[in-house]
Ligand binder design. Sequence first.
Ligand code: ATP
Ligand code: MG
Length: 318
Amino acid sequence: MATLTIDGLTKRFGTTEAVSDVSFTAKPGRVTAFLGPNGSGKTTTLRILVGLTDPTSGSALIGEKRYQELPQPFHTVGVLLDGGFHPGRRAKDHLQILAIAAGVDETRIDAALEFSEIGYAAKRRVGKFSTGMKQRLGLAAAMLTDPPVLILDEPLNGLDPEGIQWLRRTLRKLADEGRTVLLSSHVLAETEQIADDIVIISRGKLRAAASMDELMNRVASGVRVRTPQAEQAQQLLVAEGLSISNNADDPTCFDVAATSTTVGEKLGQAGITLHELSPLESRLESLYFQLVSDPQPAPRGVDLASAPVPTQPNQEQR
Ligand SMILES: Nc1ncnc2c1ncn2[C@@H]1O[C@H](COP(=O)(O)OP(=O)(O)OP(=O)(O)O)[C@@H](O)[C@H]1O
Ligand SMILES: [Mg+2]
């Protein structure tokens, strides 16, 4: 099983710096989501990883090696990148050609078709496939050699809700088997349920690289309290060392960075009347938007511990 190591990667196309000094890793047994808006350098990074584009500087390694140096690249890395389909070719023939090139047994073709649940269209011409069907065929091709590493560029694109559920389940299972799964997406919401690790880039620069747990701890822990005894409740919680955010519009309401159990017990013991005690919505999405719109890149090697936590517009930090 192989770790993917991107180190100081830079790629310039003429005057455009598509990727600027990007470093991160994707580890075996984990699903790593590589996120960023359109044109942020995701595809360029993945193409460099699989040897289709040369970097200007820095490196992108699979295990210890560049893709071109792998003794058995087809057997090591399953790749999904845009295109590569001949429209007049039938789905099964497409896989057959790849199977011959990779030197794999023909039985793998049926296994890959079954994996992608696209066996029903095996004899149909790819030119007539819908976007989602092409995506599934691309995934079947990526799985043809049963590789330990999967590098997938926007695999959720074009899938219907059922297809998205299927792919999430499938990628989870593949990572649980010990494989390294790196997938790109421009939509955080698509990947947040399956990603173990998150890498965010924007305009070619790394904005964050952290585990999902770190990210969630950073943004999602907290409860909203509504009480007619707000002042007394806040004094008590601050004395306990908890941090509070006031709601400027409603003096009876404030947020606390703690679990509802902690806050409920402390206020209950003090006999404070509660009108509301509710967990705050995940603010992951707003953190993502803040990171991708922030003109300052994250310093190299620094993760989200240094990233600012977004505050809701109607709140003031006390
Ligand atoms: N072959 C190329 N020649 C010139 N510029 C390129 C080339 N490939 C990519 N670029 C530029 O590099 C930048 C990053 O492109 P890239 O395709 O890597 O972004 P992306 O994050 O994959 O975007 P998307 O979400 O739209 O797929 C863009 O400004 C793009 O125009
Ligand atoms: Mg892309």
